[in-house]
Write a protein that binds this ligand. Structure first.
Ligand SMILES: [Fe+2]
Length: 420
């Protein structure tokens, strides 16, 4: 189970790592892109700001001489800036001055045209443009006079410096790598923690199972003490049942129910009076009806505890018979639960081969003959045949063992089927 857990956990943690790296990496990349845009916007605003005062002064006192001076200053300044195009418009969107770097003529022709939509804007508007693999920022800045009235606007095309963009992109890449490494390291650190937690959980679960098994033994012993002073019958019928169940290839969960049921099959006898339970002679019809009620008393006791519910098939149906003549429901053939059909053979075989207050033990040969005669009437014929095929070896191995040895064998069964 632990080996499976390692694979299971490793696959899920890798998937989680990948998903987190994609989501958080995508977020880091997005934030890096915003940071780059903001940086370009800030630089574009900063460079355009140096033109604002000059143009605003001209627009308040326009003259041909002032326009000529302004034109020269702007053409001189643009050569030193990262702005490649600077244009000034009045409030009617009529161009007043334009300065375009020689290498930006082609770019200017490709720029999307704008109408008067920026003339009415009160604040700075920036639009990112990506042309020929380069990043440009188109900036519209309102021009205000000394009283704050808008008298025109500036349009600037800013070419973001390649080295700064590369630097910001590299910073974003490093951030991305760092995030992925942190996620990977965190995932690696989580792996042993989860494995350890699971081990603790399995240990706790095993302790709980052992506690429940202890309770099972106590209950089984309680009724054995009333019936026969020893646990031997319970041990033997459980071992016989487990052997048949294994031959039939029962699943682990079914085996657990079978073992619990074998241990608790006669739990309901706790509700039967000693007078009837210990009567040495034959029971009257009325007494037998009372004795038959032990399966329903057992069902009442067992069904209230979830951990014991899978024993109900055996507890309730272990006196049903294959031909429908059993009790309490008169079930027949395959309507009788498989575990109950298995247990019925184990229970009767052990009763036949054991000493009871009213009889000496029958020999193996006589007991097997009775099982054979009852095949198809009392017992499922297929299971009876399977049992008879292995009965001699089982009888030799189990029937004459001391209680302590049987207990050891039963413990081995419990470890095999109940410990995860
Ligand atoms: Fe019984």
């Amino acid at each position: 189970m632990i080996e499976n857990l390692h694979t299971w956990l490793a696959i899920r943690l890798m998937l989680l790592c990948l998903i987190l790296a994609l989501v958080i990496g995508g977020l880091v990349n997005y934030l890096g892109s915003i940071r780059l845009d903001n940086h370009v916007v800030d630089m574009a605003k900063e460079e355009t700001a140096s033109y604002i005062g000059q143009v605003a002064a001209y627009l308040q006192s326009p003259s041909p001489q002032a326009l000529d001076n302004l034109n020269r200053r702007i053409h001189a300044e643009i050569e030193r800036d990262h702005l490649i195009i600077v244009e000034f418009y009045d409030t009617d969107s009529h161009k007043i001055i334009e300065a375009v770097k020689p290498n930006a003529k082609e770019l200017e022709a490709r720029l999307p045209k704008h109408g008067s939509e920026f003339a009415g804007k009160g604040g700075i508007v920036c639009t990112k443009l990506a042309l020929n693999g380069d990043t440009y920022m188109r900036v519209f800045v309102p021009l205000l006079n000394s009283s704050g009235t808008k008298i025109g606007y500036l349009e600037g095309i800013y070419h973001a410096p390649t080295e700064i963009i590369a630097q910001i992109k590299q910073q974003t890449l490093w951030s991305l790598i760092l995030v992925v490494l942190v996620i990977f390291a965190t995932t690696l650190a989580l792996y042993p923690v989860i494995i350890r937690m699971n081990r603790n959980l399995v240990a706790y679960s095993n302790n709980l199972a052992l506690t429940n098994i202890g309770l099972l033994k106590v209950l089984g012993s309680a009724i054995a003490k009333r019936d026969s002073d020893t646990n031997i019958h319970n041990y033997r019928v459980t071992l016989y049942s487990v052997h048949i169940g294994e031959q039939l290839g029962l699943a682990n969960t079914a085996m657990k129910g079978l073992i619990k049921g074998a241990f608790l099959h006669d739990l309901g006898k706790i509700a039967i009076s000693d007078t009837i339970l210990h009567k040495s002679g034959k029971l009257t019809d009325e007494e037998f009806e009372i004795m038959k009620s032990h399966v329903l008393h057992g069902e009442d006791l067992v069904h209230s505890y979830d951990w014991l519910k899978d024993s109900l098939d055996v507890v309730t149906c272990h006196h049903e018979k294959f031909d429908g003549s059993g009790y309490p429901l008169g079930l027949a053939q395959n309507t009788i639960p498989l575990s109950a059909r298995i247990f019925a053979i184990a229970d009767v075989f052990d009763a036949l081969t054991s000493k009871r207050p009213y009889k000496e033990p029958f020999s193996f040969a006589v007991s097997i003959e009775i099982i054979r005669e009852s095949s198809g009437s009392h017992f499922d014929p297929d299971i009876a045949q399977l049992f008879m095929d292995h009965a001699e070896a089982l009888y030799t191995e189990i029937c004459n063992d001391e209680e302590a040895l049987l207990h050891q064998k039963l413990e081995a069964c419990i470890i095999k089927y109940f410990e995860e």
